[in-house]
Design a protein around this ligand. Structure first.
Ligand SMILES: Nc1ncnc2c1ncn2[C@@H]1O[C@H](COP(=O)(O)OP(=O)(O)O)[C@@H](O)[C@H]1O
Ligand SMILES: Cc1cn([C@H]2C[C@H](O)[C@@H](COP(=O)(O)O)O2)c(=O)[nH]c1=O
Length: 213
């Protein structure tokens, strides 16, 4: 029985790496898959992992219709790998669910659930509502304090910002003056305490923190 699975976690927890591994394992057994992504950091038509692997992917756009596109394929399709699925529209997620139910194609979707303000992305919300399974990634990314990171903070020069568009493509390692991201535990997300802020506060309190830069 085909499944719609949503593999979810914070930024930088290994979702794209798992997407590539999963594709590799299924393809190795002769299954035919199509790889999709949207606004990957490496650029258009790409699925990239921070471990260095990168493959060509079909870019999902506002007008992408998964149902029309996949059912028009000349050869049978066994599975879809869908990265950065938080950026898909709810209608596109519904097309993916229909493909699972009516054509027995497995859909493996990967994405973050919530934005920098802790609000669900519309595509992720629909995935949580429709998926057969939601799998939280086992590799935990960590807050600077050592707790499991559960939230994505948006930063400029290491300090949290709370205003801005929901979608701004970026990375957890960003240069100065550029929008970046840092994963934090809920406690430190609520307190807006990023690594930079924690280091500064600890120095002022006379207990310097030895945190990696
Ligand atoms: N130099 C490295 N050595 C080992 N593992 C690394 C290295 N760089 C990144 N990683 C792993 O890759 C993960 C990020 O993978 P990636 O697939 O790009 O994440 P995501 O798609 O969830 O943002 C990190 O959590 C870490 O486990
Ligand atoms: C929190 C948050 C993230 N994004 C963007 C930043 C990255 O381009 C992707 C997540 O990619 P990853 O492979 O999971 O690291 O999402 C965003 O646009 N808005 C946000 O609030």
């Amino acid at each position: 029985m085909a499944e719609l699975v949503f593999f979810s976690g914070t930024m930088d927890c290994g979702k794209s790496t798992l997407a590539l591994q999963l594709d590799h394992n299924h393809a190795a057994r002769g299954r035919r898959g199509l790889i999709f992504s949207r606004d990957d950091r490496a650029g258009s038509d790409r699925l990239s992992s921070r471990l260095g692997l990168e493959v060509v992917a079909r870019e999902v756009r506002d007008d992408t219709d998964f149902w029309a596109l996949v059912t028009a394929e000349p050869d049978p399709v066994d599975y879809l790998v869908c990265d950065e699925a938080q950026f898909y529209s709810p209608a596109q997620v519904e097309q993916l669910a229909r493909l699972v139910d009516e054509t027995e194609i497995d859909v493996f979707a990967f994405g973050i659930t919530a934005d920098f303000r802790t609000r669900l992305f519309p595509g992720s919300a629909r995935l949580v509502e429709l998926a057969d399974r939601v799998e939280v990634l086992q590799v935990e990314s960590l807050c600077w304090c050592g707790r499991r990171a559960t939230h994505n903070a948006r930063t400029v020069d290491g300090r949290m910002v709370v205003e801005g568009d929901q979608v701004v493509v970026g990375d957890v390692r960003a240069g100065s003056g550029v929008i970046g991201y840092e994963v934090l535990c809920r406690r430190h997300h609520m307190r807006r305490m990023t690594t930079v802020v924690a280091r500064k506060q600890a120095a002022e309190d006379g207990f310097p923190l030895d945190l990696p830069r």
